[in-house]
Design a protein around this ligand. Structure first.
Ligand SMILES: *[C@@H]1O[C@H](CO)[C@@H](O)[C@H](O)[C@H]1NC(C)=O
Ligand SMILES: *[C@@H]1O[C@H](CO)[C@@H](O)[C@H](O)[C@H]1NC(C)=O
Length: 557
């Protein structure tokens, strides 16, 4: 007993004596100092908040380098979020001065060096979002500490412009758009130039992001501008092919915004927009369109990336040679479409009947470009197992499947196939998260058949079951352990199976012939490896429906 106490005391003093920290770090803009957070006896994390990676941006212009500062910047406070519509949707919040990043660096007894680096791109439909994420009690969703500590990687989260300020475009060189994507690229280049001073390996940068952040990861990996900067990429529930990710008629939207802010719509329009006050430009996105089965929420995202002939020199399908040496891990949640379908047809109310007609209307809205025949073929496919009198559960689940497939799952499969087909050294991995949502069940708000809803992956990747243990069970801590292991192993080696952390099941590579994927949940085992995810529906959306379109463009908005 005494021995143990003495050992403990020795360990404690050793831990204290060797508390490793970077202290003041020299960056290209000047010196920065963060905060050292001790974890247990012999580990700690240095956290740097609010380091500028570019100057305050001019309205509707690309980001420019930061002029730098003298003295030591105290990097202990998050910067303002980029200006966006407020939660009440009656004004704006945030700031134009928002191009800042945050860094988490884990240490053992020694100060770290040459660690893999993971850069987080937040979601929010390209119209909202920030590096902090949802805040509960004394913690926040996008805290990089758990990933950094458990995976022994550096985590960086970056701000980028959203909404009109981030993505307004005339679809030509007058106002090319993609300002938010240029911001992301500027942050990636900054990390590549500066992360060695923080103990990172600039040749081992992994991008990861969810929803619009996942689509951003996809765009960044396809752009020629990131060649040699990005080694690996993880897209969670969002890729370039998502029907909501790419704007196909930006000029029309730019004219509408110009009219709202009182700008002429002729040759003077762009100069006028650029001299418009940022708040007025931001709130010109209001009111947001109300969702209905005929106007699905997912399809009403107006301020998104465009093929600008520069950052994206061509349609995404023709850019995969730029990602040929990038390892790519892509996945979706099995009920990613649920939260959107809830908005489109009041699916949240368990007692409310969903008429079959609403499923027809929703499907027709998604396959609009393929016309009436496309809509009928798709309806027959989705209802082929219904039988003569489908239950309400069957009808509602089908509506969610339609949204999940068209909005997330099928676009992800298309990205995976194109990545694998074009890869040189780059590996390809696919997953499907199937962990049931915490709010599904007989005495809970949502139906008991609900699997993993959109954004459910975030809490496990960011280790929330460990941070707020009372809100979760042991199974959720298992799942969080699995996901952090796969994600950080992938960041370290390009293969989720190998790295510092043990994984529960071997995850095979996705190949064009086998289309292997890993079904991820708390109870995963050898049977969790699947092939050809929802192949029937992938064929429907990627081959049968496009063949019926006059312009041959999949999922045109
Ligand atoms: C927005 O709505 C909130 C809540 O209804 C209200 O308190 C606030 O004053 C409103 N802000 C503006 C700018 O109208
Ligand atoms: C914003 O728009 C309103 C209404 O058009 C206008 O009165 C106001 O001057 C504008 N604000 C700025 C700072 O330009």
């Amino acid at each position: 007993m005494d021995k143990l106490v003495i050992l403990f005391a020795v360990a404690l003093s050793l831990g204290k004596a060797s508390a490793a920290t970077l202290g003041v770090v020299q960056t290209e803009g000047g010196r920065v100092q963060g905060q050292n957070i001790p974890i247990g006896l012999s580990r700690s994390v240095d956290v740097f908040k609010g380091i500028p990676f570019a100057a305050k941006p001019e309205i509707l212009e690309k980001p420019k380098p930061h002029p730098g500062w003298s003295g030591v910047l105290q990097a202990t406070k998050f910067a303002d979020m980029c200006m966006q519509i407020n939660t009440e949707q009656n004004g704006s919040s945030g700031s134009e001065d928002c191009l800042y990043l945050n860094i988490w660096v884990p240490h053992g007894r020694q100060v770290s060096s040459n660690l893999p680096v993971m850069i987080w791109l937040y979601g929010g439909g390209f119209i909202s979002g920030d590096t902090v994420g949802a805040v509960f009690q004394d913690n926040f969703l996008y805290d990089g500490q758990e990933i950094a500590d458990r995976g022994n990687v550096i985590v960086v989260s970056v701000g980028y412009r959203v909404g009109t300020l981030g993505f307004l475009s005339t679809g030509d060189s007058d106002l090319p758009g993609n300002y938010g994507l240029w911001d992301q690229h500027a942050s990636i280049a900054w990390v590549h130039r500066n992360i060695r001073a923080f103990g990172g390996d600039p040749e081992s940068i992994t991008l990861f992001g969810e929803s619009a952040g996942g689509a951003s990861v996809s765009f960044q990996s396809l752009s020629p501008y990131n060649k040699g900067l990005v080694r690996r990429a993880i897209s969670q529930s969002g890729v370039a092919f998502c029907p909501w990710a790419l704007s196909r008629n930006p000029h029309k939207i730019a004219v509408q915004v110009a009219e709202k802010v009182g700008c002429p719509t002729d040759h003077r329009m762009v100069a006028c927009l650029k001299s418009t006050d940022a708040e007025n430009l931001t709130i010109a996105a209001l009111p947001l369109e109300l969702a209905s089965p005929d106007h699905p929420n997912m399809m009403s995202m107006l301020y998104t990336p465009v093929v600008d002939g520069d950052f994206l020199p061509d349609q995404p399908a023709n850019l995969f040679h730029n990602a040929a040496d990038i390892d790519y891990l892509v996945g979706v949640n099995d009920f990613d479409g649920h939260i959107f379908t809830v908005r489109d047809m009041s699916l949240g109310d368990k007692n409310k009947e969903t008429p079959v007609e609403n499923v027809r209307r929703l499907l027709a809205a998604y396959v609009k470009a393929s016309g009436l025949s496309g809509s009928e073929i798709a309806f027959a496919e989705y209802t082929s197992t219904w039988g003569p009198s489908p239950s309400q559960d069957t009808i509602k689940k089908t509506a969610v499947d339609i949204s999940t497939d068209s909005g997330f799952l099928v676009p992800a499969q298309k990205s995976l196939s194109l990545h694998a087909d074009n890869a040189r050294s780059g590996r390809t991995f696919s997953y499907l998260l199937t962990e049931p949502n915490l709010l599904g069940g007989p005495d809970k708000p949502f139906h008991e058949w609900l699997g993993a809803d959109h954004t459910d992956d975030l809490q496990y990747v960011f280790g929330k079951p460990f941070v707020t243990p009372k809100a979760y069970g042991d199974r959720h801590r298992d799942l969080s352990t699995f996901m952090i292991a796969y994600w950080t192993n992938f960041a370290r080696t390009g293969n989720p199976n190998y790295g510092n952390l043990k994984v529960p099941v071997f995850w095979p590579e996705f190949t064009s012939s086998g289309k292997q994927f890993m079904e991820i949940n708390a109870k995963m085992n050898e049977g969790s490896v699947g092939q050809e995810m929802r192949l029937r529906f992938v064929r429907l959306w990627t081959s049968i429906l496009p063949s019926l379109q006059s312009d041959g463009v999949t999922n045109a908005q």
